[in-house]
Design a protein around this ligand. Structure first.
Ligand code: DSN
Length: 455
């Protein structure tokens, strides 16, 4: 193909093969997921939903007669859905099985869209939502003033304590005083396992509050059985992306507990009806046509996550993250929370070596190690010059790297720090060119021993 876009895609393939992806929210999908995402399903409009009576239980195993019967009951605005409906039902039923949900909406284009759809399903403008502070590890869509949601709803924030864990006392105090419509648990830069049982205890005193968990980062760990599932502790709703630890295509999803029924009939506004309220909020509330090629790729990824080998994968992600954390500490890096219980490590580079996170991120790019600069809880503002970097093991574990390689990575990172200290500032990165090139060669040699799947 002559379009220069394809040259750039090939260059990106090379970049992925020759470097190591340490961004904790990225992963490498299988060839099957890639094929589904690049399929002819992109040609199809299918606003609406397939019928889904009983889908969480046996949707995957319907016989032809049942499929034909259900086909007459779909809620689509376009014809020609006989294949699309079956694919979307498969995605829904596999997602329900993976996460013990009564219902799954697999249409959100992203995690941000999924979160907004839940807010819109349960809240009115001005309602209160209690979520984690961005600087403490929360996500932009959890109330950052730069988002649309922050202009619609009234966000309240909790943070972390000195140990780096959730400040549960503050969370409970604010929740009981303010009675928010949503309490949101779930983070983008947090290394501990939330105490879902403790938070869900608040349900007795807050009967009109929706308990929501944004599990985008750890969904694959939940699916793999190495992280608790908030839905098992009485949370009503769980949102996630599908491309992080879950290792599917880029996209979002909403899982919920409650009544599952036709989204055509306006349901009563109750917590039991949250699955139906969510369906109406995704479409037509906040999105148009679903991306059925991506939904097909989600279905394929969920099928992969249901296999026993995914449990081994999830276990290895955590094992590698702990090994990486230990190795970084050995090299003198100061870690927020002093380590990790999941897939992610947050390093306070400023406190460790007097270097800011952005400078270190750019220097690591020079050697083919990719991670991202990130705020740490003690940072005040400074979103573009944070003190930390965030890294994790989902992608490198997919490639097959193990504990021994974690030590090698930590040592490369320390060598890059030494170069940075010598250079003194990001504007002079070119001064380290020769030393960076030497490390880059070592990174490439190791990376090529662990091929990227799907390429
Ligand atoms: N942008 C994602 C992350 O990197 O954590 C969250 O949406």
């Amino acid at each position: 193909m002559s379009d220069p876009v394809f040259n750039l895609i090939n260059s990106e393939k090379t970049r992925q093969q020759e470097g190591l992806e340490l961004i904790p929210s990225e992963n490498y999908v299988s060839k099957a997921v890639l094929e589904a995402a690049g399929s002819v399903l992109t040609n199809k409009y299918s606003e609406g939903y397939p019928s889904f009576d009983g889908i969480g239980k046996d949707g995957e195993f319907w016989d032809e007669a049942r499929v034909a019967e259900e086909q007459l009951k779909n809620f689509r605005y376009y014809g020609g859905q006989e294949n699309i409906d079956r694919i979307e039902r498969l995605a829904i039923s596999r997602a329900c099985r993976l996460f013990h949900a009564d219902h799954a909406n697999v249409q959100p284009h992203s995690g941000a869209n999924a979160n907004e759809a839940v807010y819109w399903a349960w809240c009115k403008p001005g309602d209160k939502i209690l979520a984690m502070n961005l600087s403490a590890g929360g996500h932009l869509t959890h109330g950052s003033p730069v988002t649309r949601s922050a202009h619609i709803y009234h966000f309240l924030a909790y943070g972390v304590d000195a140990s780096g864990d959730i400040d549960y006392t503050a969370l409970e105090k604010i929740a009981l005083a303010e009675k928010p419509k949503i309490i949101l648990v779930g983070y983008s830069a947090f290394m501990k396992i939330p105490d879902f049982a403790r938070i869900a205890k608040l349900k007795d005193k807050l009967p009109d509050t929706l308990f929501m968990a944004d599990m985008a980062h750890v969904a694959g760990l939940i699916a793999g059985g190495v992280h608790p599932n908030p839905l098992d502790f009485g949370f009503h709703v769980m949102t996630t992306t599908t491309h992080k630890t879950l290792r599917g295509p880029r996209g979002g999803m909403i899982l919920s507990k409650g009544n599952v029924a036709s989204p055509l009939k306006k349901p009563e506004h109750t917590l039991e009806n949250i699955p139906i309220l969510i369906d109406r909020s995704v479409f037509p509330g906040t999105q148009g046509g679903p991306l059925e090629h991506i939904i097909a790729a989600k279905a394929v990824a969920f099928g992969e996550a249901l296999k026993p080998e995914f449990k081994t994968y999830a276990k290895n992600i955590v094992k590698n993250a702990k090994a990486l954390a230990d190795a970084l500490k050995q090299e003198g890096f100061v870690l927020e929370g002093d380590g990790t219980e999941n897939h992610l490590v947050l390093v306070n580079v400023k406190q460790s070596f007097g270097i800011d996170g952005k400078f270190f991120e750019k220097a690591l790019d020079c050697v083919g190690l990719n991670l991202n600069a990130n705020a740490v809880p003690s940072d005040k503002g400074a979103a573009f010059r944070p003190s930390g970097v965030r890294l994790g093991t989902p992608a490198i574990t997919t490639r097959g790297l193990g504990v021994a390689e974690m030590k090698v990575i930590a040592h490369w990172m320390k060598r890059v720090i030494n170069i940075c200290v010598g250079i003194g500032e990001e504007a002079r990165l070119d001064l380290g060119e020769a030393e960076f090139a030497e490390i880059r060669k070592e990174v490439k040699n190791l990376a090529l021993k662990f091929p990227v799947p799907g390429i």
